[in-house]
Design a binder for this molecule. Sequence first.
Ligand SMILES: [Zn+2]
Length: 499
Amino acid sequence: MSKQDQASHKDPHPRHRMPASISRTSGRPRLLRWGLCALLLAAPASAVMVAPLQAQSRAELDKVLRRKLLANGMEVIVVENHGVPIATLEINVRNGAFTQSPEYAGLAHMYEHMFFKANKDLPDAEAFTERAGELGAVFNGTTQEERVNYFLTLPADSVVGGLKFLASALINPSFREDELAAEKEVVLGEYDRNEAQPGFDFQQKATALLYPGQFSRKNTIGDRKVIANVTPAQMREIQRKYYVPNNSALIVTGDVDPEKIFAMAEQIFGGWPKGADPFVADPIPAIPALESNKAQISVEPINAVAVLIQWQGPSVGKDPGATFAADVFSDVLNTPGSTFQKNLVDTGLWQGVGVNYYTLNHTGPISISGQTTPDKYRAAMAALEREIAKFTDPTYITPREIEAVKAQRAVSSAFGIEKASEIAHTIGFWWSVANLDYFMSYTDQMAQQRITDLMRYTRTYIAGKPRVTNVLLSAEARRAIGLTESELLTPTTRPVVRP
Ligand SMILES: [Zn+2]
């Protein structure tokens, strides 16, 4: 799921419709200095993208998207669009929180910052910024759980210069000790700003509970101590393992000629030597299953009560079918007028409640997040539990609702390939988390989902499965409700008692 709402340096990754209190806490990217680096925190509700290219069928995509695999394994993807004389050049690397052992927690993001520093061709960060200025380029990068990207938007006649500029930073970074020491303060500042956001701890704890023993592989912002002690050797280790052509994609969109881009890519990136497959050499450990329900109550001075319930969802590589079913299921339940919305929001019990699956290759989270008031909390939760209990009922969703969701996508497809920079980010996300074929077939796959597929998904990942129930509220509301963690651990048997 992914939908784009980027405006220049704004969040390249679309958030789902979330209740205000949660979206506030859900990790909008903090933009630094020259607007560099949008860190996309693992926020359940946040993370979330809607349909790739907002619904382009494979046949439609085949007409506009061209691809070429270089001999060294680098994938080159081009989407031509001659509307305006600009182009976006984007590098995606399959790196991010998921590659981080605890000693590296936060260093995928640290590395992203160092991309914009000295390299073989530019002596320091100032020279880097100056060169971008000469090219007329706007540049940025983002780090997520399973992808890191770097992108430039520039006049179409600067494309060759732009590709060379990216190549130097990608292939030959210097990791100067003084620049790393200075930049780590910037990253620590980013950490501090994140930490100061309401709900940051709540979110972090929720993620730690959902991924027992593997939090570092979901913790994009990372660990303060690890960041504070970062060394150039660690940056080189990340480079050696993950920054290899066979783990990278170049995506070029906009006013360009695909054949010329392929030729330039061959010339500029073709000499970059292939590396070992990072995931064969050093496999990502499996995320252990949750063995029992977990709960968290966090207290912060907020007026509402925010609830976040999460399950371990499917992984793209292991159960791609369920990832499509998950997106359709979420779409149906989030549609105004669905049984779910009628019973929870239209009744006034919840101010808002949304369902989401965040597509990842390593156990994406399924989240239900909602907001209510302290006086309605118990009734609201009881109503939500009743809805969840119906998720495996084949009559809970009607074929008409599934068709309505498809129709909505068809309408949104009209806006599909308009903004070249957004397309680059979208393609890059799906390339990293899945692969280009997953992206190309997404809309067709979504259209094929039937109720039986949705039921298989809810039975496999939700019904009776251990979950994490997180509640964020004020100390006063907690007292008034008399909320305990133990009642959150046994949701279905809890009697409904009004405060
Ligand atoms: Zn950053």
